[in-house]
Design a protein around this ligand. Structure first.
Ligand code: SF4
Length: 435
């Protein structure tokens, strides 16, 4: 039997992807993880396509089973693939964020939907498939982190990608921000420290990225893991929440274990917006102090902002580049608020009749897909592009890099490269926007 696994990418994104976007992307951890769940001996051939850098060919092979994983913005592309492979007689399975949030929709395009994490469901489906008794839906959130396999990275292409490997120690977050779709997928506990250390050793890389939604979500676990990581002498970065910047013990241990950067969803400089989005940390006036604290421990901060909260006014958003300058971030990113299916914002906006499109391919965070409170969708699009452009003018790129506390460290060139990379990522986003 032949299996094809596809990590689907929004076709608009793929066709517009620029060189810098490609350089800044990573090999698909999702595909490597799914691959590791397939029991040996079922398939004679397993092909893997990461659409971020590979094309899907419909006619190259006659597959018995096609498995697609995708998020909301890629779902329409995924459904096209489903229709094409259906014609070849393949059995089609859909999974991932979007299929988990809207399983009835996905079920209209495929034979089986896997809702939630695949750790238990995929092997169970495969067993049923082999026995000729596949079910329509598999849903099992009771995955045990202790049983996680090490992703089969060697089976997934690395072409055109950063060579920095990614891994996950703890999929859980513990927070419930209204715009976040993570919670529809992951309800797991942290992996055993030993298993993470074994994976780190197998990676044989001096630099890694932890994809954890919030590396420090379980403080005691994070401390244990970081202490165990020290002898490995690797450098790493991950996601954190703003309160990390008040925990000096955690920051010190993070630095000593090799942490040199954290990405924090600061989201807004308006505390009311933070409150309305149900962020756990809701005091935007403390951001400067937090960033200074993290810097004092030798860790760089990439701050992410969301445009389009109900309390956002045009004036406030237009002042963002200047206000962000004052925070002293090392990098910054911007996104338009996107109420993804499965999130609390989606439910609210749908109830209020504020979703202006359900063309999922536009749910990419650089198009406005809802009616903002204080401006038109078009105006929000335009402001978003202006904010990116101004925040990544050459003057700001150089100033941000060389006024950063990291400027005196050996990482200054990495910081400069990252800022230049983000400048072009922003340009890519302007091009990809479909006003
Ligand atoms: S802290 Fe991050 S991962 Fe956690 S719910 Fe909020 S946005 Fe999602």
């Amino acid at each position: 039997m032949k299996l094809l696994m596809i990590h689907v990418w929004n076709e608009k994104e793929v066709s517009y992807r620029g060189r810098f976007s490609n350089l800044l992307s990573y090999p698909s951890l999702t595909l490597a993880t799914l691959y590791s769940l397939i029991p040996e001996g079922i398939f004679d051939q397993i092909d893997v396509v990461d659409e971020n850098s590979q094309r899907v060919c419909y006619d190259r092979e006659a597959y018995d089973l096609v498995l697609l994983t995708f998020d909301t913005s890629s779902s329409l592309t995924a459904y096209k693939h489903c229709a094409r492979f259906k014609k070849t007689g393949a059995y089609i399975v859909c999974g991932g964020y979007h299929a988990s949030a809207l399983p009835e929709e996905a079920a209209r395009h495929c034979d089986t939907v896997i809702v939630g994490p695949a750790e238990n469901s995929l092997p169970r489906f495969l067993q049923d498939f082999v026995n000729g008794t596949p079910q329509k839906v598999y849903k099992d959130y009771n995955v045990c982190a202790a049983d996680f396999r090490i992703p089969a990275r060697d089976k997934v292409t690395r072409r055109k990608k950063l060579r920095i490997p990614a891994l996950i120690a703890n999929r859980g977050c513990g927070n419930s921000c209204k715009y976040c779709s993570m919670r529809t997928m992951w309800k797991s506990d942290p992996r055993p420290v030993k298993s993470v250390i074994r994976e780190l050793k197998e990676l044989r890389s001096r630099i890694v990225i932890f994809y954890d939604p919030n590396f420090f979500a379980d403080r005691e676990y994070a401390l244990k893991l970081m202490r165990a990581m020290k002898p490995l002498k690797i450098l790493w970065a991950s996601n954190a929440t703003a309160d990390f910047g008040y925990d000096h013990e955690l920051m010190q241990e993070a630095y000593e274990s090799g942490c040199r950067g954290v990405l924090i969803g600061l989201e807004s400089l308006n505390s009311t917006s933070l409150r309305n989005a149900a962020k756990r940390f809701q005091d935007a006036d403390k951001y400067k102090e937090i960033i200074d604290n993290i810097h004092s421990h030798g860790i760089a901060v990439n701050g992410c902002f969301v445009l389009g909260f109900d309390t956002d006014t045009e004036e406030e958003l237009l002042a963002l580049p200047e206000r962000v300058d004052k925070l002293g971030l090392d990098l910054c990113r911007f996104a338009i608020l996107t109420p993804y299916p499965g999130t609390r914002f989606y439910t609210e906006y749908e109830r209020e009749g504020r979703l202006i499109t359900k063309d999922w391919s536009r749910y990419q965070q650089h198009n406005t897909v809802f009616q903002p409170k204080n401006m038109s969708p078009k105006r929000l699009d335009a402001i978003y592009r202006k904010v990116w452009r101004e925040s990544y003018s050459w003057r700001r790129v150089l100033k941000r890099t060389f006024s950063s506390p990291m400027a005196k460290s050996p990482y200054v060139l990495i910081l400069l490269g990252a800022n230049i990379g983000f400048k072009f990522l922003g340009i890519d986003k302007h091009r990809r926007g479909t006003p």
